[in-house]
Design a protein around this ligand. Structure first.
Ligand SMILES: Cc1cc2nc3c(=O)[nH]c(=O)nc-3n(C[C@H](O)[C@H](O)[C@H](O)COP(=O)(O)O)c2cc1C
Length: 375
């Protein structure tokens, strides 16, 4: 069996294969509630063979949403629509994962395809438009297009920590198997970690140890609240791509501290601040997954422009990462995993991964028009 199709167990839960759908905001919720869009969008990845489907950044508090259209799990009414999605994923044999997040100073932005707040009054009512003043470690805006945030005091930090805990409990009620803490991409937890955004002079700012304090407090509290048998992951920006910013060496220290607190895997992304300068290329973040895996000694997930099944298999087989996550590649081809199996494990048995409603019919088609070797 290839690595991509090997199961992997974390604590009491086994992922059926190594392909994960990376969390992707859909900006399509009203009042943080999941709806039919989320069910179908996520459901098709489970039909497409992804072993783990991760729900987008889901806010632990209303003011922690990136936009007014983002999902939330800050109140009990938000559990049932997520439960419906989890039940569908489970019925297809997929692992249901949820990324929980607070957007910090990058909250209350416009919907990305609009780029600005240009909603008419009628659209505002239909879309449940809201905007608010974000909170952050320091009262410094992300850039001139973002609002100047309010700096959090210790009471504010305690409230957010508690929101993460309450959200983790709701995630358990919704039936999720895996929880991921979002501490990447210039959102709240990453804003504490990075000297680019953290200009505090109290015990949450200054030295690396101080900057890691709040994210680690959150991780520790969530670990206690989330079932001991359940995997807890963390997404990190392994580096800011800024000379004076957070670096891969910092990530290894942070990942080791997360490991001590019971985090089971590090999802290795990068960037999130405007000033970052880097060139994108296929697999550009894989070396970070390897550096963290080797340096901190815990499993990692590689993400970022992974699209080719053979190359993904090489990453896993070389021990550069334990899981591979696809974002845009999954949007483009929700059946990527089934197609990957035809490439990596060709033959009649490669049709058994498809849902039974589809596999036999696709095999019959391929008997007439043979599948190209690479597809
Ligand atoms: C539409 C879209 C929404 C995204 N939303 C999130 C998110 O909710 N949380 C997150 O950590 N990353 C988010 N990302 C980043 C992806 O999870 C992924 O890390 C990134 O797209 C790189 O992987 P790819 O090259 O396979 O797309 C998003 C990316 C896209 C394209």
């Amino acid at each position: 069996m290839t690595m991509l199709f090997s199961p992997l167990t974390f604590r009491g839960h086994t992922l059926p294969n190594r392909a994960v759908v990376s969390p992707m905001c859909q900006y399509s919720a009203r009042h943080g509630l999941a709806n039919e869009w989320h069910l179908v969008h996520l459901g098709r990845f489970a039909l497409g063979g992804f072993g783990t489907v991760m729900v987008e950044a889901t806010a632990v508090a209303p003011e922690g949403r990136i936009t007014y259209g983002c999902l939330g799990l800050w109140e009990d009414a938000q559990i049932a629509p997520l439960r419906r999605i989890v039940d569908f994923l489970h019925a297809q044999g997929a692992t249901a994962a949820l990324q929980i997040a607070h957007a910090g100073r990058k909250a209350s932005g416009p919907l990305p395809w609009r780029g600005t707040f240009n909603e008419t009054e009628a659209e505002k009512r239909t879309l449940a438009f809201e905007e608010w003043t974000p909170v952050a470690p320091s009262a410094v805006a992300h850039n001139s297009c973002y609002k100047v945030p309010r700096a959090l005091d210790e009471d504010g930090l305690a409230r957010i920590r508690q929101s993460f805990v309450a959200t983790a409990r709701r995630a358990e009620q919704a039936g999720f198997d895996v929880l991921e803490l979002h501490s990447a991409h210039g959102y709240l937890l990453h804003e504490f970690l990075s000297p680019v955004s953290n200009q505090r002079r109290d015990r949450y700012g200054g030295s690396r140890e101080n900057r890691m304090r709040f994210p680690l407090e959150v991780a520790e509290a969530v670990r206690r609240a989330w079932g001991p048998e359940k995997p807890l992951w963390a997404r990190i920006s392994t580096q800011d791509w800024i000379a004076d910013g957070w670096q891969v060496e910092d990530s290894i220290v942070y990942a080791s501290a997360l490991k001590e607190r019971g985090i089971d895997l590090i999802d290795c992304s990068s960037g999130g601040f405007d000033q970052s300068a880097h060139k994108l290329a296929a697999h550009y973040q894989v070396p970070f997954a390897k550096a963290v895996r080797d340096g901190a000694g815990l499993p990692t997930m590689a993400v970022g422009l992974i699209t080719d099944p053979k190359a993904a298999e090489r990453v896993l087989a070389a021990g550069e990462a334990d899981l591979v996550a696809l974002g845009r590649g999954a949007l483009e081809d929700p059946n990527w995993v089934h197609h990957a199996r035809h490439v990596l494990e060709p033959g009649d048995s490669s049709y058994t991964g498809w849902p039974q409603q589809m596999g036999y019919a696709i095999r019959n088609k391929d008997r007439v028009i043979p599948r190209p070797a690479s597809a």
